[in-house]
Design a protein around this ligand. Structure first.
Ligand SMILES: [Zn+2]
Length: 94
C-alpha cells in the first residue's frame, strides 16, 4: 500500500480573516457571540478573493503570516462593513 503525505488544500483567507477579526472585534461595537462572529466571517469571505493553497501544515503557517502583512486594510474595511450589517440585523434576539 502506498502512503501519501497528508496535504491540506484550504482557503488561507479563512485563517487570515479569523486572525484579523479576533484582533479588531472588540472595537467593532457589534455583538461578539459565536453566531455574529460566524456571520461576519461569512460576509467577509464572500467579499474577498479566496486564496487556496495546497501545502503541509508548517508551510501553511508561513503563507498565512506572509499574506497577513499585505491585504490588511482591505480586510479590516470589509470586517467593519460586515459588522455594520450584522449590528443592524443580528440573527438572534438581543
Ligand atoms: Zn450575536
Amino acid at each position: 500500500m502506498q502512503e501519501f503525505k497528508q496535504q491540506d488544500v484550504r482557503n488561507i483567507m479563512e485563517d487570515i480573516v479569523a486572525q484579523k477579526l479576533d484582533s479588531v472585534i472588540d472595537s467593532l461595537g457589534c455583538c461578539t457571540c459565536e453566531k455574529c462572529r460566524a456571520d461576519i466571517m461569512a460576509y467577509v469571505l464572500n467579499h474577498v478573493t479566496p486564496r487556496y493553497v495546497a501545502s503541509e501544515k508548517g508551510e501553511l503557517f508561513s503563507k498565512v503570516q506572509e499574506l497577513n502583512q499585505n491585504n490588511n486594510t482591505d480586510i479590516v474595511m470589509k470586517i467593519v462593513s460586515a459588522a455594520e450589517i450584522i449590528k443592524e440585523r443580528p440573527k438572534h434576539d438581543v
